[in-house]
Design a protein around this ligand. Structure first.
Ligand SMILES: NC(=O)C1=CN([C@@H]2O[C@H](COP(=O)(O)OP(=O)(O)OC[C@H]3O[C@@H](n4cnc5c(N)ncnc54)[C@H](O)[C@@H]3O)[C@@H](O)[C@H]2O)C=CC1
Ligand SMILES: CC(=O)C(C)=O
Length: 259
């Protein structure tokens, strides 16, 4: 029987990343979890182990190229390969008018959401090229990477950059049979939206949960998104069924942004 494939997921201690890891484990992958939040990462890894999932974890910061290389090395040392690498880690940064954007917040968002994805692509691609068996690199984009959203200037800029990186990497890596795609979720009720809701409150004077509800009202299918909805797309992008798709940033938002 062929060896089980190995999937690496950054920012997977919680939220969408954790659900992607769980879904890919059900799909038959060995799982490498990674996050900068060490205690939560350990908790998630224990939870996976208790469910009988073949898992290892690596504490790492996606903004550091050496951590991304360390993450890949951990996957290879533990399970022998990297077949799928998901650049999921991301932050929302500052919420506020473009005239008030603070340079420190721009740096933070660009470091994590853009440089983090770039260094992840580099580390994964080098290993996949060495293996010579192709692979899938999958990046976290957003509806905000397809359309600018008010009060989210640095975040939207960072996600548009992810779209650019996805296209560039797809063109460069296609000859190595490495597919590079991105998922663009809509309004997903994770820790990120808890923080966004709070930050919108400060600016708009909304009540707790109101900003999240207001954004969700614009969804044609009539409900906010779950991490499982995102995992349905990512599972496909990680599978052989998507072998003829590359360079795409695919919306999964219940009908909010139309491209
Ligand atoms: N929640 C939403 O509505 C949407 C989320 N997304 C994107 O999906 C991805 C995951 O988002 P959520 O799960 O909602 O966020 P989250 O905040 O719930 O989880 C993100 C995880 O990334 C980790 N992380 C943050 N900075 C890191 C760093 N420098 N190095 C390593 N790990 C780091 C955090 O510790 C956390 O565990 C992000 O890229 C986000 O921009 C896209 C569209 C919508
Ligand atoms: C969190 C996010 O990606 C939004 C608001 O589009």
């Amino acid at each position: 029987m062929a060896n089980k494939k190995v999937a690496v997921i950054t920012g997977s201690a919680q939220g969408i990343g954790k659900e992607l890891a769980s879904r890919l484990a059900s799909d038959g992958f060995r799982i490498v979890l990674s996050d900068v939040n060490e205690s939560l990462l350990q908790e998630t890894a224990n939870e996976f182990e208790n469910k009988g999932i073949e898992v290892t974890y690596f504490v790492g910061d996606v903004t550091k190229p050496e951590d991304q290389q360390g993450l890949v090395q951990q996957a290879v040392d533990t399970f022998g390969s990297v077949d799928v690498f998901i650049n999921n880690a991301g932050v929302e940064g500052q919420v506020g008018p473009i005239t008030d954007v603070d340079p420190k917040s721009v740096d933070l968002v660009m470091d994590i959401n853009v440089k983090g994805v770039l260094y992840g692509i580099q580390a994964a691609a080098k290993q996949m090229i060495k293996q010579g068996t192709g692979g899938k690199i999958i990046n976290a984009c957003s509806i905000a990477g397809q359309e600018g959203f008010e009060m989210l200037a640095p975040y939207a800029a960072s996600k548009f950059a992810v779209k650019g990186l996805t296209q560039t990497a797809a063109k460069e890596l296609a000859r190595h049979k490495i597919n590079v795609n991105a998922y663009c979720p809509g309004i997903v009720g994770t820790g990120m939206w808890e923080r966004l809701d709070e930050k919108f409150r400060e600016h708009l004077g909304t009540k707790k949960g109101e900003a999240f509800e207001k954004f969700s009202e614009g969804i044609a299918l009539g409900r906010s998104q779950t991490p499982e909805d995102v995992a349905n797309l990512v599972s496909f992008l990680a599978s052989e069924d998507s072998n003829y798709i590359t360079g795409q940033s695919i919306l999964t938002d219940g009908g909010m942004v139309y491209r």
